[in-house]
Design a protein around this ligand. Structure first.
Ligand code: NAD
Ligand code: MG
Length: 407
């Protein structure tokens, strides 16, 4: 094959878990990748080290005060990096003409505008920010299509599904003979925790995932299995699959990253050690394959792989997400916003772990979710749901128990 053209990258959320893993892969292939832009919310120490190592033309610090300090540090370090600040700067670097590929790795709805900007600029988008698709799936996919952007999933399950679909997949599952998509879930840190102990779960316990090291928000989502619920909605938009064609199976070893079942009984899966550098390298180099430092999987040493159905009583968030997907309209926008607030409140010790699904259910029941198609409609609905989620208080015993679930 010919030598590949140098790919010019913007990494949105470069200081996070996905951002750091992306830079690890990029650093192994300096001849293939050129860093144009890096972005962070406020962690300027980490961003400065990245700028020294990768010398991007632009660095965005969203927080204005942190950006001023950062600019000074960039000057003192003698770097040629232009410092930008504010949320608009994220959109700017995502759509720069000198950028080919955008890694969208900001966490939460905070990543929506910039991933949409990358889509509207027709970029190759490596999408880690699943919340963009959950909250604004129709708008996002329409924008990708209208501007002929290329969308590659970074979420390990969706990357596995992508790898397990035919090369010429047109977006029509039936035409490709697909019966269903099967997303694997590790079950997180509380898969076997006695239900009586849910009441005392702390943020650090919820963030201690058995197989993956990730940012705190997605770690809590994995503990509640809302992460899998968000991923069901993500799969719906990415692969054009109705809820009835997306199933979840718990697989505690996180070796099989997801599967596609075909009408002839074949199941095609992607396997590997749990390391996000695999989907990141896959998407960065697609359709080629590149080395990424991942340990190869030793199947004989792995021994047994286990699979079990999800326990819906233990993980009520999964059913809430399926219900939101089935309801359509803006229900997923509300679900996502309520979840973001619930997780933030839990991490701030302002909400008990067991109240996360109660809050989400309460907010979903209390907000009328009209179809949210335009960006303005999505952001309005997101805002309303956040206000309600901030105000949500656990009903006192004896009141409104119908909407409460017991673990
Ligand atoms: P993280 O918390 O480690 O990093 C988040 C990044 O986003 C940081 O660079 C931070 O500076 C930036 N950020 C946070 N708030 C921001 C804001 N308001 N404005 C601008 N930037 C902001 O998160 P992560 O674990 O790397 O996850 C990033 C995304 O990738 C999430 O959507 C997550 O669901 C998805 N994802 C992560 C993993 C994983 O293994 N970590 C796997 C699959 C999908
Ligand atoms: Mg995932």
């Amino acid at each position: 094959m010919d030598a590949p053209r140098v790919q010019r990258l913007a990494i949105l959320g470069s200081t996070g878990s996905i951002g750091v893993n992306t830079l690890d892969v990029v650093a192994r292939h300096p001849e293939r990748f050129q860093l144009v832009a890096l972005t962070a919310h406020a962690r300027i120490d980490a961003l400065l080290a990245q700028c020294k190592a990768f010398k991007p033309a632009f660095a965005v610090v969203v927080d204005a005060a942190a950006a001023r300090t950062f600019e000074q540090q960039v000057i003192e370090a003698g770097l040629n990096t232009r410092v930008l600040c504010g949320v608009e700067a994220l959109e700017k670097v995502a759509s720069l003409p000198e950028v080919d590929t955008v890694m969208a790795a900001i966490v939460g709805v905070a990543g929506l505008r910039s991933s949409l900007a990358a889509a509207a600029a027709g970029k190759k988008i490596l999408l880690a920010n699943k919340e963009s698709l959950v909250t604004a799936g129709r708008l996002f996919m329409d924008t990708v299509r209208a501007h002929r952007a290329t969308l590659l999933p970074i979420d390990s399950e969706h990357n596995a599904v992508f790898q397990s679909l035919p090369d010429n997949f047109s977006g029509d599952l039936e035409r490709s003979g697909v019966r269903r998509i099967l997303l694997t879930a590790s079950g997180g840190p509380f898969r076997t925790l006695p239900p009586g102990e849910f009441a005392r779960v702390t943020p650090d316990q919820a963030c201690a995932h058995p197989n993956w090291v990730m940012g705190r928000k997605i770690s809590v989502d994995s503990a509640t299995m809302m992460n899998k619920g968000l991923e069901v909605i993500e799969a719906h938009w990415l692969f054009g699959a109705p809820a009835a064609k997306i199933d979840v199976v718990v697989h505690p070893e996180s070796i099989v990253h997801s599967l596609v079942e075909y009408v002839d009984g074949s199941m095609i899966a992607q396997l590997g050690n749990p390391d996000m550098r695999t989907p990141i390298a896959h998407a960065l180099a697609f359709p080629r394959r590149i080395e990424n430092g991942v340990n190869f999987l030793d199947l004989a040493a792995t021994g047994a792989l286990h699979f079990e159905p999800p326990d819906h009583a233990r993980f009520p968030c999964l059913a809430l997400a399926y219900a939101a997907l089935r309801e359509g309209n803006g229900a997923a926008t509300v679900l996502n916003a309520a979840n973001e607030v619930a997780v933030a409140r839990f991490l701030d010790h302002d909400l008990a772990y067991a109240d996360i699904p109660r809050l989400i259910e309460g907010v979903l029941g209390g907000v009328h979710a009209p179809p949210a198609v335009s960006l303005g409609e999505v952001l309005n609905l997101d805002h309303d749901a956040r206000v309600r989620a901030q105000q949500w208080r656990k009903p006192r015993a004896g009141t409104n128990t119908a909407s409460m679930r017991s673990h």
